[in-house]
Design a protein around this ligand. Structure first.
Ligand code: KIV
Length: 285
C-alpha cells in the first residue's frame, strides 16, 4: 500500500517551482469531489466564489456570502485533508477596507482550515494583500479576467490584448508581489503576457487559467472539465470527461426503469423471514 500523501505546504509549492515542475490546481466545492481530487493527487484546491454559479445557480458570483464560502470550504477540507486549500474571498468581503479584508481572511483560516486566501484586483488591492499577509495569512492575487468586476470589464473577455492594458497587468502583478502575495493567478491573459509576468516574478508563483503554458502551474474550473455547467463552456476549459452526460443518461435510465417497473429488483430491497411475517399478519388479524 502506498504511503498517505504528506500535507501540501508553501515550501512544497516553491520547491516545485524551483524544480521546474508544474503545480496542479482545481476548483472544488463539496466533500465527494474533494475526496476524488485528493485521491488523484491534485495539489491545490480553490474553493472559488464561482460556486455561486456552478453550485447555487446564480447568474454571477456577486451574491455569494462569506457564510456560503465557509460552509463549502469546510466540506472540501473534510474531503481533502492534505491538499493546499485556498478560500476565495467573495464580493465586498475585502473591497471596503483593509480591516474588513483581514477579518474575512481570518474567518477562512479559523473556521475552514484553509491554507491561503485569494482576492481579485491589482495595485488598488495591494494594501488589502499587505494587511492580510502582515496578519500572517498567505495571500494570492487574481488578475486579468476578474469575475467580480465583469460589469466594469464589459463581459467575460480576454484581458490585456493591447500593449497598454498588458503593461497595466504586468505592473499590477509587480504591485501584488511587492505587497507580499506569494502567488498570482492570471485568468484569460494572452500567453506571452503570462510568460513576461512569470519571467519577471522573483518570489511569487504565477498560475494560469486560460493564460497558456508558461506559468508555474495550471488551474481549471472542475465543472467545465466534466461538462457539469450547462450554461456555457469557455474555450480554455478542456473537457476531460463528460460526467454531465453520464449522469443525465443515468437519471433517464432511473426514470424509465421506475415507470417500466424494472426498478427496484429483488437485490434492491430488504425482506423478512416467513415465520416473522406470518406472525405479523396474525397480530394484525
Ligand atoms: O471563483 C473562482 O472559481 C475563481 C476562478 C474563476 C479563478 O476565482
Amino acid at each position: 500500500m502506498s504511503e498517505p500523501r504528506k500535507k501540501i505546504t508553501l515550501p512544497y509549492l516553491f520547491k516545485k517551482v524551483a524544480d521546474g515542475e508544474p503545480i496542479t490546481w482545481l476548483t472544488c466545492y463539496d466533500y465527494p469531489t474533494a475526496y476524488l481530487q485528493e485521491q488523484a493527487g491534485i495539489e491545490m484546491i480553490l474553493v472559488g466564489d464561482s460556486l455561486g454559479m456552478t453550485m447555487l445557480g446564480y447568474e454571477s458570483t456577486l451574491p455569494v456570502t462569506m457564510d456560503d464560502m465557509i460552509r463549502h470550504t469546510q466540506a472540501v477540507r473534510r474531503g481533502a485533508p492534505t491538499a493546499f486549500i485556498v478560500g476565495d474571498m467573495p464580493y465586498m468581503t475585502y473591497q471596503p477596507s483593509v480591516e474588513t479584508a483581514i477579518r474575512n481572511a481570518g474567518r477562512f483560516m479559523s473556521e475552514a482550515a484553509t491554507d491561503a486566501i485569494k482576492l481579485e484586483g491589482g495595485a488598488a488591492m495591494a494594501d488589502r494583500i499587505k494587511g492580510i499577509v502582515d496578519a500572517g495569512i498567505p495571500a494570492i492575487g487574481h488578475l486579468g479576467l476578474t469575475p467580480q468586476s465583469v460589469s466594469a470589464l464589459g463581459g467575460f473577455h480576454v484581458q490585456g490584448k493591447d500593449a497598454h492594458l498588458a503593461k497595466r497587468i504586468i505592473d499590477d502583478a509587480k504591485a501584488l508581489e511587492k505587497a507580499g502575495a506569494f502567488m498570482i493567478l492570471l485568468e484569460m491573459v494572452p500567453d506571452r503576457v503570462c510568460k513576461l509576468i512569470t519571467e519577471r516574478a522573483e518570489n511569487c508563483i504565477i498560475m494560469s487559467l486560460g493564460s497558456g503554458p508558461h506559468a508555474h502551474g495550471q488551474l481549471l474550473i472542475y465543472h467545465d472539465m466534466f461538462g457539469l455547467y450547462p450554461r456555457f463552456k469557455p474555450k480554455m476549459a478542456k473537457v476531460f470527461g463528460n460526467a454531465g452526460e453520464v449522469i443525465l443518461n443515468g437519471l433517464k435510465g432511473y426514470h424509465d426503469e421506475v415507470i417500466g417497473r424494472q426498478f427496484p429488483a429483488a437485490e434492491n430491497w430488504f425482506g423478512m423471514k416467513d415465520e416473522e411475517y406470518d406472525e405479523l399478519v396474525k397480530m394484525l388479524d
